[in-house]
Design a protein around this ligand. Structure first.
Ligand code: MN
Length: 412
């Protein structure tokens, strides 16, 4: 079959040049990190949520890593319909065969072989012991082999950002010539800066696109310097149309770009990036919670998008603004990511207005002197214990109630 006859789901999506493909690697790079390994059941559960979330590609595992991994990919892609499924393969025929077996249950148009080979000087000399010519020859041979089995092939130049730009372009050109439709430029060690990321993608695009008009450039950023999401967004500005990431930002070391942050940044700042995505963001909180549950992990309260504090307000000035118009302090609607609404926390930073409102909701209409007394009691208690929940507030109202009220209450 010649290359023009291929029909892949990826090619269909990429027909729109402004569409960014979301490639989720929670089940591969994410799962590979200490503390995040998942059973087949856990991966299946997670993959169902990822399907609902509408990620375009699910990297379900690394088939050659173990017979268990191969079987797990087979189950996931056999049970779930919709996304493209990818399996990672080192640049050798044996790994590609394992990916082929693992992905067999998925329709051919939805199977992606993801081949990788390191290209940086340190990886070439210390790890691979290969010359640049050997690296190029290996890429050509193995990508061509993958393309003989799959209609959808992605090639990753591992440690791309520490690779000489000219050699990186040569390596990626070899992969495209051999039949890869997606070229991933991973910042494997989290070393890049946003401006460098934008420039590198623009540079590669300028060299490769004239010969391969439909090529898709992909970003795979790591968060060692806390720049994974920033670098991924900069990659889009440089022409990348696939972003790889993981839910809750899990992945090797400090993790991958967080999928929820990427999705909401592209959505919230569509004015700036001018691209579209296919994901249903209202499933983000559920995706985050499912991952926490199956891996028995926690995330920080202040985690962007899905953290407990992402839509919570305690400070009086903020609560007052939020009551008037939520746009004063929120750039996204909580419902759009899957929260039920904004969350007002009562604590020592809260104002009289918010305390009065909460008391009213609990059935105590307080005004003037009475509200002042309750508010004073509230501040004393908040200094002691921090957050004041409904039970605490009710107790404060009772404790500060005027004597005659208590007498009447006792008499009644
Ligand atoms: Mn990685």
């Amino acid at each position: 079959m010649s290359r023009v006859d291929r029909v892949s789901r990826t090619a269909e999506i990429a027909a729109d040049p402004n569409r960014v493909i979301i490639f989720d690697t929670t089940l591969r790079d994410g799962e590979q990190a200490p503390g995040f390994s998942m059973s087949a059941e856990a991966k299946l559960k997670m993959a169902h949520v990822l399907r609902d979330l509408g990620v375009d590609v699910i990297e379900a595992g690394f088939a050659a890593a173990s017979p268990g991994d191969e079987e797990c990919i087979r189950r996931v892609c056999g049970e779930i319909e919709g996304p493209v499924f990818a399996s990672l393969s080192r640049a050798n025929e044996k790994d590609i065969d394992a990916s082929f077996r693992a992905l067999a249950p998925a329709p051919k148009s939805h199977r992606r072989c993801h081949v990788f080979l390191a290209t940086s000087p340190i990886h070439r000399s210390a790890k691979l012991r290969m010359s640049t010519n050997e690296v190029l020859a290996t890429i050509s041979r193995t990508v061509e082999y993958a393309a003989s089995l799959f209609d959808d092939v992605e090639f990753s130049a591992e440690d791309a950002f520490r690779t000489e730009p000219e050699f990186l372009a040569e390596a990626l050109m070899a992969a495209a010539d051999a039949g890869a439709q997606t070229l991933n430029v991973p910042d494997t060690v989290g070393y890049a800066t946003p401006e460098e990321s934008r420039q590198r993608f623009a540079y590669l695009d300028g060299i490769i696109r004239p010969r391969h008009a439909d090529i898709i450039f992909s970003s795979h950023a790591h968060n060692d310097l806390g720049l994974a999401v920033a670098n991924s967004l900069a990659a889009v500005e440089g022409g990348a149309r696939q972003i790889e990431g993981a839910i809750n930002g899990i992945g090797e070391r400090a993790g991958n770009a967080s999928v929820e942050e990427v999705i909401m940044a592209l959505r919230t700042r569509a004015d700036r990036y001018g691209v579209t995505i296919g994901s249903e963001s209202r499933h983000l909180v559920r995706a985050s919670e499912t991952l926490r549950e199956v891996t028995e992990t926690v995330i920080a309260r202040n985690k962007a998008i899905v953290g407990l504090n992402a839509f919570a307000h305690e400070a009086g000035i903020h609560q007052h603004g939020m009551m008037a118009d939520s746009r004063t302090y929120e750039i996204m609607r909580p419902e759009d990511v899957g929260f039920e609404g904004s969350y007002f926390v009562l604590g020592k930073h809260s104002g009289r207005h918010a305390v009065g409102k909460r008391a009213e909701a609990l059935g105590h209409a307080l005004e003037g002197q009475r509200l002042a007394e309750v508010f004073a009691g509230f501040k004393r208690r908040a200094d002691e214990i921090g957050e004041i929940n409904d039970a605490e507030l009710t107790a404060i109202i009772a404790a500060t109630a005027p004597q005659q009220d208590k007498t009447y209450a006792a008499a009644g």
